[in-house]
Ligand binder design. Structure first.
Ligand code: PRP
Length: 524
C-alpha cells in the first residue's frame, strides 16, 4: 500500500518529535479546551487578550486554548521536574486583522530546570530545531541585563518609552527618553549605544561588555556583567552543536512579569518575523506559587511552512534589497539620499505609472507605495526597509524597527478646534481625523469620551460645517488652520520621516542595511 505523502510541516514535526524524544523529553498531549480562568489571570502573558470562549456543561466559562505553556505550568506540581514537548493547535486573535487564527505550534518546556545547565540544554535544542527546519539565525537577549540597563529610569512612563526605543532599535527615541528623564550625557550615550548593539555574537558581546564596563558602581554593574558572562557561555554551548549563526540583540524583550534571565528568538529566511521564541520564565512559575524555575520555547509551524513556500518561489529576491518608498515629494527627497548612498535605480523619479523598479547592478528594488502603507509592506517583509512618517507609524502600530530619524517632513500631530471653541464636557467630543487609532488612544488616556469620525483628507472642513467639534491632524506650518480660523488646542506627538526595517531583513541583510544607514546618517 502506498503511504500518503506528508506535508513539509508534518515531516518537520516528525523529525522534531524524534529530536525531543532522543533528548529525554516526553510528549505533553493537550485537548483544545481549558478553563477560561487560567487566561483571565494571565492576560499579559498572551499576545492577545481576546480568547474564544463558551459555557461548559457545569456553567463554567471555557476557552479554546490560546497557549500551551500556561496549561503545562498549571498542571505541574510544586517542586516537580518535567521535560515536555508538545505539538498542538492554539487559537489566537490577530491584533491587526481582528481575525481569530488557528496556529500550529510545537514547543519544548523544561520545568524545574535550574541554572545555566537547563538553559544550555533548552537553547541547544532550539538551535537543533532551527537546523532541522533550515533555520538561519538564533538571537540571544537577557531580561536581567535589560532591567539593569534601564533601572536608571525611575518614572514608569519614561521607562516604557526607553523599553519601546530598545525594542525598535531607535537611537533617537532612546535619546529622547533619556533627555526627558534628565539623564546625564554619559548615561544617555551609554543607553543609545546599547540600543544599537547588533551583529554576530562575538562582536556584539564585545560592544556590550564595553558598555557595561562603563556603568558606575551605583548602577550595579555586576548584575549586567553576570548576564553577559552567562550569555557568552550559552553561545559557546550552542556553537559546540555546530550551529554558529548566533546573534546578540537586545531588541528582543519579553514581559518581565513572566520572564527573567535568558530570552531568545529564531529566524528563517523568507519569514517576516521570528519563528521560534522562548526564554526563562521563573516569574511565571512564581505567579502560580511554584518555586521551581523553567525554560522553554515555541516554534510557529505555519510561519515556517509559509517561509519555505516563499523560498521555493524565489521569495528571497536573490539578495536584492527591497525598498518601499512613499510616493510623492517625500519619496523623491528620500530617493535622492539613497541614490547618494549608492542605491541608484533608473526610472524611479520618472513620470511613468510603473510601481516597481529594479537595478541589477546595485541589487536594489524600489516599490512606490502610498505613504500611509510603507510600514505595512515592511512589517510583512515584502519590503526590507522603507521610509515612513512617525504619524503613520503611530497610527498603524506596525511591528518594525525604527532605525533612524531622517529629519525630513517634520510636523506635529495635534488636536485643533475652531478659534474660541467652548467644549461641552457633558457630551462625547466629536473628533474628525485621518488618525483614528492615535485619536482614540489620546482621548482614552485623558478619560475623555469621544466619537471618532474617520476622514481621508480636508480635515479642517469638518468643524466648519458642523461634522465634528475638533480634528486630530498633522500641522506643518499652521497656515491651513489659520486660513480656516482654527487653532491647535493640544499637541499629541512630533512627527518626521523614519527609516524602518523588517526585523528578519535586519538579521539576514544586516550588512547591506548597516552600510546604507551609516551613509544616510551622514546626510541627515
Ligand atoms: C495636511 C494636513 C493639513 C495640512 C497641514 O494636508 O492634513 O491639512 O497638511 O499643513 P500646514 O500646517 O502647513 O498648513 P494635506 O496637504 O496632506 O492634504 P489633506 O487635507 O488632503 O490631508
Amino acid at each position: 500500500m502506498e503511504m500518503p505523502a506528508l506535508t513539509k510541516v508534518e515531516l518537520a514535526t516528525l523529525s522534531l518529535r524524534a529530536l525531543y524524544e532522543k533528548n529525554g523529553y516526553q510528549p505533553y498531549r493537550v485537548g483544545g479546551f481549558e478553563n477560561y480562568d487560567l487566561y483571565m489571570q494571565n492576560k499579559n502573558f498572551l499576545q492577545s487578550g481576546d480568547i474564544i470562549t463558551f459555557t461548559g456543561a457545569n456553567g463554567g466559562l471555557m476557552a479554546l486554548r490560546p497557549d500551551v505553556t500556561l496549561s503545562i505550568v498549571k498542571s505541574t506540581k510544586a517542586g516537580e521536574e518535567r521535560r515536555l514537548y508538545y505539538a498542538a493547535d492554539v487559537f489566537r486573535k490577530d491584533n491587526k486583522s481582528g481575525e481569530y487564527r488557528e496556529i500550529n505550534q510545537m514547543g519544548v518546556e523544561y520545568v524545574g530546570g535550574e541554572g545555566i545547565a537547563a538553559e544550555k540544554e533548552v537553547l541547544c535544542l532550539a538551535a537543533k530545531s532551527l537546523s532541522a527546519i533550515g533555520g538561519a539565525r538564533l538571537d540571544l537577549s537577557h531580561m536581567e541585563l535589560i532591567e539593569a540597563m534601564l533601572a536608571v529610569f525611575a518614572q514608569p512612563e519614561a521607562r516604557a518609552a526607553a523599553l519601546d526605543a530598545l525594542a525598535k532599535k531607535s537611537p533617537h527615541a532612546m535619546r529622547a527618553a533619556a533627555q526627558s528623564a534628565a539623564l546625564d550625557e554619559a548615561e544617555t550615550e551609554r543607553l543609545v549605544r546599547f540600543t544599537q548593539i547588533n551583529g554576530g555574537f562575538d562582536e556584539a558581546l564585545q560592544t556590550a561588555r564595553s558598555i557595561v564596563a562603563g556603568l558606575p558602581r551605583s548602577r550595579a554593574p555586576q548584575v549586567a556583567q553576570a548576564a553577559l558572562d552567562e550569555l557568552a557561555q550559552l553561545a559557546e554551548a550552542v556553537k559546540q552543536t555546530g550551529f554558529t549563526a548566533i546573534g546578540l540583540d537586545f531588541s528582543i524583550i519579553n514581559d518581565a512579569a513572566y520572564y527573567n534571565g535568558l530570552i531568545f528568538q529564531g529566524f528563517v529566511q523568507s519569514a517576516p518575523r521570528h519563528v521560534l521564541g522562548g526564554g526563562r520564565y521563573d516569574n511565571l512559575m512564581a505567579r502560580f506559587g511554584k518555586p521551581q524555575g523553567a525554560v522553554g520555547f515555541a516554534l510557529y509551524m505555519d510561519e515556517i511552512m509559509r517561509a519555505e513556500e516563499q523560498a521555493e518561489n524565489g521569495g528571497e529576491g536573490g539578495g536584492y534589497l527591497n525598498i518601499a518608498l512613499p510616493k510623492g515629494r517625500l519619496g523623491e527627497k528620500v530617493y535622492a539620499m539613497f541614490e547618494k548612498a549608492g542605491l541608484s535605480c533608473a526610472g524611479v523619479l520618472g513620470e511613468s505609472r510603473k510601481l516597481v523598479f529594479e537595478d541589477d547592478e546595485n541589487r536594489v528594488r524600489y516599490f512606490l507605495v502610498k505613504p500611509t502603507d510603507v510600514d505595512i509592506y515592511v512589517e510583512h517583509g515584502v519590503a526590507d526597509i522603507g521610509v515612513v512618517g512617525k504619524d503613520v507609524l503611530l497610527e498603524n502600530g506596525s511591528d518594525v524597527l525604527e532605525l533612524l530619524d531622517m529629519r525630513l517632513g517634520k510636523c506635529r500631530l495635534a488636536v485643533a478646534a475652531p478659534c474660541g471653541f467652548a467644549e461641552d464636557t457633558a457630551v462625547p467630543l466629536r473628533v474628525a481625523t485621518k488618525y483614528p487609532n492615535v485619536a482614540r488612544g489620546y482621548f482614552a488616556a485623558m478619560s475623555r469620551e469621544v466619537e471618532i469620525i474617520k476622514l481621508h483628507g480636508s480635515m479642517e472642513l469638518a468643524p466648519l460645517i458642523g461634522l465634528s467639534d475638533v480634528i486630530v491632524d498633522i500641522v506643518e506650518t499652521g497656515s491651513t488652520l489659520k486660513e480656516n480660523d482654527m487653532e491647535v488646542t493640544a499637541d499629541i506627538a512630533e512627527s518626521s520621516a523614519r527609516l524602518v526595517a523588517n526585523c528578519a531583513s535586519w538579521r539576514f541583510k544586516g550588512v547591506t542595511i548597516q552600510n546604507l544607514l551609516a551613509k544616510i546618517r551622514e546626510e541627515v
